[in-house]
Write a protein that binds this ligand. Structure first.
Ligand code: SAM
Length: 278
């Protein structure tokens, strides 16, 4: 059964690749190696950190139970209501085959940004902008920091591109730079320009190859004490490979709120040694 699910996912990816050539050939070319590499992906049987939220707060030097969670929950609920007011549903598979961020990832992003007070936040993968909204609300609360979001809008369903970033209202956009294009193309020059990243959220193309690539790029400029949040880590080995190969990092394996997936959190300890890119 699991084997069949993985096979059909791979067939779907190849079909998507074919269609994307018609929309944006320059970006579609970059998807070819992703499609091929996905045949060598395997699921990872992680041990879940059931107490990930208290552990995360311990890393961040923040109190637990967290006094900010109630406000985070209110934000989550009002974001869902605003999407509904636009006639959009909120949850899994709402942007083509992609999903809005899960509530547990949303809580983690909220607490990391609020407690760490980052100056530079980078994310990959916007879709309707749930994680972007959470980051931007937290930055607004902190009164400092900026978010750069690298995003390749849906390559083969142009009809839903208009939904990109719809969860971010106009009065929350002053700390936001939207960088359109694939992370392969856009992330390296952006990171060269920024020179550092304090918080990174990966929520773009969840292949082993792409996840590893983004973690390698960001790992080289992540500040000591900086944090990476990486969504959808269980269907491939990318997160596991990078965290095992990179000395001086700690990781948490966290269940999504709907128990359908896992996300990972990495803490870059001072003196961590990132690997060279593959
Ligand atoms: C899972 S959704 C992002 C969900 C979003 N973070 C949220 O919280 O609602 C993935 C997004 O990444 C985009 N994407 C796909 N491949 C990409 C790539 N190679 N580089 C950057 N973005 C990509 C998709 O079009 C989609 O907008």
């Amino acid at each position: 059964m699991t084997g069949n699910v993985f096979q059909s996912e791979k067939i779907i990816r190849l079909r998507h690749l074919g269609r994307s050539f018609m929309t944006d050939p320059r970006e579609a070319v970059r998807l070819v190696p992703e499609g091929l590499a996905s045949y060598f992906e395997h699921a990872v049987d992680y041990d879940i950190d059931k107490g990930w939220e208290p552990r995360l707060h311990e890393w961040l030097g923040a109190p637990w139970p967290c006094p900010e969670l109630e406000r985070g929950q209110e934000l989550w609920e009002s974001t869902g209501e605003e999407l509904e007011a636009h006639g959009l549903s909120f949850g899994r598979h709402t942007y083509g085959q992609y999903s809005d961020a899960d509530a547990a990832l949303g809580r983690a992003v909220w607490c990391v940004v609020l407690h760490l007070h980052p100056a530079v936040v980078v994310e990959t993968g916007v879709a309707r902008g749930i994680t972007s909204r959470v980051v931007l609300e937290a930055l607004e609360h902190n009164g400092e920091g900026h978010l750069w979001s690298v995003d390749l809008p849906h390559p083969f369903e142009p009809g839903i591109r208009a939904q990109t970033g719809v969860a971010v209202p106009p009065d929350r956009r002053s700390r936001w730079s939207y960088v359109e294009g694939s992370s392969r193309r856009r992330l390296p020059p952006l990171l060269r320009r920024l020179g550092r990243v304090d918080v990174f959220v990966h929520d773009s193309l969840h292949t082993a190859r792409n996840t590893r690539f983004e973690m390698e790029c960001v790992g080289r400029v992540l500040t000591p004490g900086g944090v990476m949040l990486v969504d959808d880590i269980s269907t491939h080995q990318g997160f596991d490979d990078w965290t095992r190969r990179t000395a001086g990092t700690r990781r948490l394996i966290c269940p999504s709120a709907d128990s359908e997936g896992l996300f990972g959190i990495v803490d870059m300890c001072p003196g961590a040694r990132p690997t060279a890119p593959s």
